[in-house]
Design a protein. Structure first.
Length: 160
């Protein structure tokens, strides 16, 4: 059941669902989740049978398949600079967070990297022209208000 709410399903749906018609998305998600469950059941049965007979180095390498698959699927779905920045910062900050010996080093590096990437994204998207006015009236000066102010000032001076 966990594959119906797992990150793997979410990542693949994020990538594939925009091409699926809206009325078929629930069926598509259930089918993809069921497929993931079936593949994992078969892989677990095979892995359980082979685990005792594998050389220690190969068994350790097999343990890296899950995080490596997650990393590659996340990297494949990076669409914006903030996505790439969050991924790279998360990888870079993990060794620093691991030195804290808190037991939540992945959480610390992930939240820190995501927060920094979000801040960079907001900073790059900073455009006061797109902001909603605060008390139903736009008090911020922009090029149009500066032009109209100077035009009004020139008209007032001309009248005097």
């Amino acid at each position: 059941m966990t594959h119906f709410i797992a990150v793997t399903l979410w990542v693949e749906c994020f990538r594939l669902l925009p091409r699926v018609p809206r009325e078929r998305r629930v069926a598509f998600t259930l089918g993809l989740g069921t497929g993931l469950v079936c593949v994992c059941l078969v892989a677990n049965a095979i892995g359980y049978g082979l685990a005792a007979n594998l050389p220690q180095l190969f068994a350790a390498a097999v343990l890296l398949l899950t995080p490596l698959a997650f990393l590659l699927s996340s990297a494949r779905n990076c669409r914006q600079l903030s996505d790439i920045l969050a991924l790279i910062l998360g990888l870079a900050l993990f060794p620093v967070a691991a030195t804290l010996h808190t037991g939540v080093d992945i959480l610390i590096s992930g939240v820190s990297a995501g927060t920094i990437a979000y801040g960079v994204h907001r900073w790059r998207e900073h455009d006061p022209e797109k902001w909603n006015p605060v008390f139903r009236k736009d008090h911020a000066q922009n090029e149009r208000t500066l032009e109209s102010d100077s035009t009004q000032l020139n008209q007032t001076r001309a009248r005097q």
